[in-house]
Design a protein around this ligand. Structure first.
Ligand code: HEC
Ligand code: HEC
Length: 285
C-alpha cells in the first residue's frame, strides 16, 4: 500500500513537471507557430502580388517598373507606390491622413484592396464585391504589403515640398528642364501607362493623349497659360477635369492620381522631375 502511494505520488509529480514545462514552452511555441504562419502568408501574398498587382504597382512595389502580363513588354505603371513611406510609415501614415482614414493601417490597406478605388483603375478584388480574390488571399497580400515597412524605409522624416502657386516661381528655383530625362520619368511615374506616348494618339488608354498638348493646353481654361495649366493638371488633377477621355467621358473627380505633389516633392531636389517632364511635353514657358 505504502509503495503504491509513493509510486502514485511520484508519477503525479512527474506528470505535473512535464505538463508545467510544456505550459512554460507554450507561448514560445505559439509564437513560433504564428511567425511560421505569417511567413507563409507573406509568401503566398508575394505570389499573388506578382501575378495580380505588379503590372500596375511595379515589381518592387514602388510603381516604377511594370510589365504587360500578356506581352512581357515594359509599360508605364498606372498604380501608386505601395513600398512607400507615405503609405506605410507611422501608425497613421500620410496617405491615411490624406484620405481621412480613421481605422488601422492594415484595415486601410485591406479595405482598399477589397473594394478598389471607385472612379480609378484600381480594381475591386474581393469576391464579396464581385472581384476575383478570396478574403484569405487578400489578407495574405495585405500582410505582404505591410511587410515592406522597414526601419530603413521609415527612418527618414517625411519631406513635403512647398509647391509655389505658379510654374514661373518654381522655375526660379529649377531654371532648366531635361527633356530626355523627362521622357524616362514619364514612364516611371506611370504617365505613359494612362496617357500613352507622344507619337501615336491611339496609344492613350485612360487619359487624354498628350502629343498635341502644346496646341490644346493653352485653350483649356480661359486666362491660364498652357504651361500653368499643365503644371496644375499634374499637381492637382481636380482643378480642371478634361471632358473627353480616350474611350469615354473622363470621370469627375478625375481618375488621375492626386498624389504627385507628394511623390514629386518628397525631397528638396525632387521638383526637378516635374520640370523635366514638362520639358519632355514641350510645355515649359
Ligand atoms: C489596373 C491597375 C491596377 C491593378 C492591377 C492594381 N492596382 Fe492598386 N491601384 C491602382 C491605382 C490607379 C491606384 C490609385 C487610385 C487612386 O488614385 O486613389 C491604386 C491604389 C492602390 C492602393 C492604395 C494606395 C494609396 O496610397 O492610396 C493599394 C493599397 C493598392 N492599390 C493595392 C493593390 C493590390 C494589392 C493589387 C493586387 C491585388 C492592386 N492594387 C492591383 C491600380 C491598380
Ligand atoms: C491612372 C491614370 C493616369 C496617370 C498615371 C496619369 N494621368 Fe494624367 N490624366 C488622367 C486622366 C483620366 C486625365 C483626364 C481627367 C483630368 O483632367 O484630370 C488626365 C489629365 C492630365 C492632364 C490634362 C490633359 C489635357 O488634355 O488637358 C495632364 C497635363 C496630365 N494628365 C499629365 C499627367 C502626367 C505628367 C502624369 C505623370 C506624372 C500623369 N498625367 C499621370 C489619367 C492619368
Amino acid at each position: 500500500m505504502q509503495v503504491k502511494i509513493i509510486i502514485g505520488t511520484i508519477s503525479f509529480m512527474l506528470t505535473m513537471i512535464i505538463l508545467g514545462f510544456a505550459a512554460i514552452r507554450e507561448p514560445a511555441r505559439l509564437a513560433e507557430f504564428t511567425l511560421a504562419r505569417e511567413g507563409r502568408q507573406v509568401e503566398s501574398g508575394a505570389a499573388l502580388y506578382e501575378s495580380q498587382c505588379a503590372t500596375c504597382h511595379g515589381v518592387d512595389g514602388d510603381a516604377t517598373e511594370c510589365y504587360d502580363v500578356a506581352t512581357g513588354e515594359q509599360i508605364g505603371c498606372q498604380g501608386l507606390p505601395l513600398n512607400y513611406n507615405q503609405l506605410l510609415c507611422g501608425d497613421t501614415s500620410a496617405r491615411m491622413t490624406a484620405l481621412n482614414w480613421e481605422g488601422s493601417k492594415a484595415a486601410f490597406i485591406q479595405a482598399t484592396i477589397s473594394s478598389g478605388r471607385y472612379g480609378t483603375s484600381m480594381p475591386t478584388w474581393a469576391q464579396e464585391y464581385g472581384g476575383p480574390l478570396r478574403t484569405d488571399e487578400i489578407v495574405d497580400i495585405t500582410r505582404f504589403v505591410l511587410n515592406w515597412e522597414t526601419v530603413a524605409l521609415c527612418s527618414q522624416p517625411l519631406f513635403e515640398y512647398p509647391w509655389p502657386e505658379t510654374i514661373e516661381e518654381l522655375l526660379a528655383t529649377f531654371p532648366t528642364g531635361d527633356a530626355a530625362r523627362g521622357e524616362e520619368l514619364y514612364t516611371t511615374y506611370g504617365c505613359s501607362g494612362c496617357h500613352g506616348n507622344l507619337e501615336d494618339p491611339a496609344s492613350a488608354a485612360v487619359g487624354p493623349w498628350q502629343g498635341d498638348l502644346p496646341t490644346t493646353a493653352g485653350t483649356r481654361v480661359e486666362g491660364l497659360s498652357g504651361a500653368q495649366y499643365v503644371y496644375e493638371s499634374i499637381l492637382y488633377p481636380n482643378n480642371y477635369v478634361v471632358p473627353e477621355c480616350p474611350n469615354a467621358a473622363c470621370t469627375d473627380p478625375s481618375s488621375m492620381p492626386s498624389n504627385f505633389p507628394l511623390r514629386m516633392g518628397d525631397s528638396e531636389q525632387k521638383p526637378q522631375d516635374l520640370i523635366d517632364i514638362m520639358a519632355f511635353l514641350g510645355m515649359l514657358p
